[in-house]
Design a binder for this molecule. Structure first.
Ligand code: GSH
Length: 303
């Protein structure tokens, strides 16, 4: 397994913790935090977000699918215990789609001096927005603080009944999804550590999640990762369970994220299920690759 990631990426932290929870060995390629990513996009066909999991000539985009793929290959210990999995998915959705955006604006606005200088311009471009100046960033940070604090309090109330983990009596994907949003507060500096100071329960729970560790990474170069893809053969297509409106396997399709970082990936539909969309493409540099996406959060069209 090869994870393409970078240190201060919170979604990468989610994937690293999933690898740690399952005690997996993996190879690590550190990618740039901003576009262009010339050593990543030959593998993904254009997807530029972080992280990406590569296993030979199969490439898994988005942590929603990356963690499911880890689970498929290494079911134990599980992050989807059947009695908690549906609730855990809903909590993860809330954390990543409601809590994290204001968190990101609040934290970034307070750490502009330690972030890469071209980061804000890149993120604005990624969202189709004009580049913000420092005063705009500071105002957005202040507004966002007011949305972050009640949601930190909501996390505290999730733990208030004495449960060990966010969704109940066992670790789930919700622990990783809530953790990475809160990890971001102090990932770069301790300036906002005071936001967690009143919450001993949250801090104790975060220490338990942190203790999952990151598994056993070994560094490799992006060139080695591309060479491995080129030398490999994608896994055979799994059975498809298309819905009536879906394109059929074999169709030419285009897929893109439906929220931000919407660079399209084009190819031939390899298989499609309720959870996963796999697209086969032949890259001039990396050869034949199957790129996998979660269904939810992605827009798939015939092309
Ligand atoms: N839904 C995606 C979101 C990934 C995401 O937004 N990652 C951030 C970094 S933490 C990103 O891609 N930023 C732009 C970049 O790294 O190029 C996932 O779960 O993987």
């Amino acid at each position: 397994m090869i994870l393409h990631h970078y240190d201060f990426s919170n979604y990468s932290e989610k994937a690293r913790l999933a690898l740690g929870y399952k005690k997996l060995a993996w190879r690590s390629v550190v990618i740039p935090p901003v576009a262009p990513k010339p050593d990543l996009t030959p593998l993904t066909g254009g997807y530029r977000r972080t992280p990406v999991l590569q296993i030979g000539a199969d490439v898994y985009c988005d942590t929603a699918l990356i963690v499911r793929e880890l689970e498929r290959r290494e079911p134990e210990p599980t992050l989807f215990p059947p009695h908690l999995a549906a609730l855990a998915d809903a909590i993860a959705y809330w954390s990543e789609n409601r809590l994290f955006r204001p968190m990101s604006l609040y934290v970034s606005g307070n750490n502009m001096d330690v972030l890469p200088p071209n980061l804000q311009a890149d993120r604005a471009r990624m969202r189709g927005l004009p580049e913000p100046d420092a005063a705009t960033m500071a105002r957005a940070a202040a507004r966002s603080a007011t949305h972050v604090r009640p949601q930190i309090a909501a996390v505290d109330s999730m733990l208030a009944d004495g449960r060990a983990w966010i969704a109940g009596d066992a670790p789930t994907i919700a622990d990783l999804a809530v953790y990475h949003a809160l990890w971001f507060i102090t990932a770069r500096t301790d300036r906002l550590a005071h936001e967690l100071a009143p919450y001993a329960r949250i801090r104790d729970w975060m220490a338990k999640v942190r203790a999952f560790g990151h598994g056993a990474p070994t560094p490799i170069t992006a060139q080695d990762a591309i060479a491995e893809a080129k030398a490999g053969t994608p896994e055979p297509a799994r059975p498809s369970t298309p819905q009536p409106e879906d394109p059929k396997p074999g169709a030419r399709v285009r897929i893109r994220a439906d929220d931000y970082g919407c660079d399209p990936v084009e190819g031939e539909l390899a298989f499609i299920t309720d959870r996963e969309i796999a697209i086969r493409r032949v890259d001039p540099v990396a050869g034949e690759i199957v790129v996998h996406f979660p269904r939810l959060g992605y827009d798939l069209r015939p092309f």
